[in-house]
Design a protein around this ligand. Structure first.
Ligand code: GDP
Length: 612
């Protein structure tokens, strides 16, 4: 089984990589530093601690294909797999050798790789099977002949020596008397002993020790003598290899030794011992290594250009804006496609380019992966609230002070203010809080009735405070808070009239409500659906609140409720735009029309959706 397969390109980018199991350490970096940078490319294999790395190059395209496996378990298909993948890349993925795009996405190659791996495995297993068959066929006569020989002391070889092999074996056998057979066997044995069939004390002494078993011994040697027939042109060495009678190692053992020899040959032993040092080596070490190799004329002679190439892989190459641009452009388009406002996507991308430019390329990491990681971090940073969004904790803390906690809702018409307020009420009731709803939309006909219906539906623990229509909303809110305090309500939820961000009289009225009552939280309710419009609304609401409050420290929006998340599929970008613009957290998201459809924002999921 293989542990890892990876494909690098000339610019130092990992085009594609697959880990089958976790690979400890960073053998690829060691490969690059200890073999590729030192131009030991003629070595096709390297063993590092428990891993063996085998590779093949496509110099035309500047590609290297590497397979990593456990040194104790070399998969028989590793080399074949390397060839198959290389051939596929040159034929299908990059048919034009000059058209390699380092930023290209090779994710689609994964199923093809599975297919090629399967093919290589099957081919290895087929050839193992046929090798096994031929071994079985070869050894079968030997095994069969032993018992036969015991019954029939006259061997084929004995007959061959007598020139009577072809045909007539059985008839010959039957025509000889037992004495004649014994006599012939003895002659055959003596002739072999005289001829010094094989050198070696072991063989001679064994032959002597068993000389009294001459009825059996000649039969045992019979098949080997067959290989010495004149028609079978085997050399002495071939015959020695084929002769198993002297307890020579079996085929398997020989292969194992051979393999071990090869392993030793391919181990760069000086590097193996300093595996960790290599990983931690700094630039100074690299330079001194280079200096040391000055004398090696072969180095310059072998400078195949690939040394520069691999410097990009070894964590020595810095990222440039040109490297990043194509990948970043793609990410920017994706973010805009997910409803992130264009100017915010531009700013975000620019800041990520700045953070990555000049950074050393991580080995085993593609530019795309590095960019994705940096963007992920940037988005997570943006979306992670700087202050607590734990409303329940704040309410509990306020309870001890004997004053209700006040949340006011603002936003344009129809975005879901009343619904979100009712959902929050349901949430608080479920956490054991008593809630008063202040009907401060004294402007829109039907607004009070809508809240009354909600209160009825929500049941015990909630009360509506209203003064009808046409009243000063700020005064109604103040009365509601006072009343709630008298009645020991824990929370007051203040509903306000929907208004367009440019409507000055209404924005002034909202500013007054906020300034007079100083709610603990002023939530802006916006639709995830309209995305960038919501950013404009929020910005202008804040501007108006600043303009119309007289106090030196105006209360501004300090929380966002983003509604209708259930209708936007993966176009979740408005959340980023709103938080980026205001720096305020998304406290809740609405994911449907029922009271239960209120959630806290899961930053991880949102970032994942944005980068999918
Ligand atoms: P308001 O004018 O801002 O108070 O808006 P409403 O609370 O009256 O809501 C307007 C419409 O949006 C209603 O039909 C709500 O059911 C619906 N709505 C509110 N929040 C959500 C939500 O999270 N998902 C969906 N699908 N609809 C919502």
């Amino acid at each position: 089984m293989i542990d890892q397969f990876c494909i690098f390109e000339l610019g130092g980018t990992v085009l594609w990589s697959r880990n089958f199991v976790e690979v400890k350490g960073d053998p690829i970096s060691v490969l690059i530093r200890s073999v590729l940078l030192e131009d030991r490319l003629s070595v096709p294999e390297l063993t590092i601690q428990n891993y063996t790395l085998r590779w093949t190059l496509d110099n035309q395209r500047g590609l290297i294909f590497v397979v990593i496996f456990q040194r104790q378990l070399p998969p028989p298909y590793a080399t074949d797999l390397l060839q198959l993948v290389r051939d596929h890349f040159s034929r299908v993925e990059i048919p034009d050798a000059n058209a390699l795009d380092p930023s290209a996405d090779f994710d689609h190659f994964s199923p093809t790789f599975d297919h090629l791996l399967d093919k290589a495995e099957r081919r290895a297993s087929n050839s193992a099977n046929s090798a096994l068959k031929s071994t079985t066929n070869r050894s079968a006569p030997t095994r069969k002949q032993k018992p036969k020989a015991e019954k029939q002391p006259v061997s084929n070889d004995a007959k061959t020596q007598n020139g009577t092999l072809e045909g007539g074996h059985d008839s010959d056998e039957t025509t000889l008397s037992p004495e004649e057979v014994i006599k012939r066997n003895r002659e055959a044995f003596l002739s072999r002993s005289r001829g010094g069939r094989r050198s070696g004390a072991g063989g001679a002494s064994r032959g002597k020790a068993k000389s009294n078993a001459m009825d059996v011994k000649p039969t045992e040697s019979a098949p080997r003598k067959k290989t010495m027939r004149p028609g079978n042109k085997k050399s002495e060495a071939d015959v020695a290899v084929l002769d198993f009678s002297e307890g020579k190692p079996t085929d398997d053992v020989v292969d194992e030794e051979e393999m071990e020899k090869m392993r030793q040959q391919y181990i760069v032993s000086d590097r193996n011992t300093a595996y960790d040092d290599i990983l931690n080596s700094d630039d100074e070490d690299e330079e001194s290594d280079d200096d040391d190799s000055d004398d090696a004329a072969a180095d310059s002679q072998a400078a195949s250009g690939l040394v520069h190439f691999f410097k990009g892989l070894a964590g020595l190459r810095s990222l440039t804006r040109a490297d990043l641009k194509p990948v970043m452009d793609q990410f920017r388009d994706d973010l805009i496609g997910k409803n992130v406002a264009q100017d915010i996507a531009d700013k975000l991308i620019e800041s990520v380019i700045t953070s990555l430019e000049g950074k050393t390329m991580e080995s085993m990491t593609s530019i795309k992966t590095m960019v994705r990681k940096a963007l992920d971090e940037a988005l997570t940073r943006i979306l992670t609230p700087r202050q607590s969004t734990d409303i329940l904790a704040e309410i509990n803390a306020r309870k001890r002070k004997g004053r209700p906690y006040v949340i006011a809702y603002c936003g344009v018409n129809g975005v879901g203010k009343s619904t979100s307020l009712a959902k929050t009420c349901f949430y608080l009731l479920n956490h054991g809080h008593k809630v008063m709803i202040a009907a401060c939309d004294t402007f829109r006909a039907g607004a009070v009735e809508q809240l009354r219906t909600h209160v009825k539906c929500l049941g015990r623990g909630v009360e509506l405070f209203d003064r009808g229509y046409g009243k000063d909303a700020a005064a109604v809110a103040a009365d509601a808070i006072r009343r709630a305090k008298e009645l020991n309500y824990d929370v007051v939820l203040v509903d306000t009239a929907g208004r367009m961000q440019d409507n000055k009289p209404l924005m002034r009225a909202l500013s007054k409500l906020v300034e007079v009552n100083r709610p603990d939280r002023l939530f802006f309710v916006g639709e995830a659906l309209v995305g960038n419009d919501a950013v404009d609304q929020l910005t202008k609401f804040n501007a108006a609140l600043t303009d119309h409050q007289i106090s030196g420290s105006p209360r501004l929006i300090d929380g966002i409720v983003l509604t209708k998340f259930d209708t936007i599929d993966d176009k979740v970008g408005a959340a980023v735009s709103m938080v980026y613009t205001t720096g305020q957290p998304i406290v809740f998201i609405g994911i449907g029309q029922t009271y239960m459809d209120l959630r806290k924002l899961n930053t991880r999921s949102l970032v994942k959706a944005l980068l999918k």
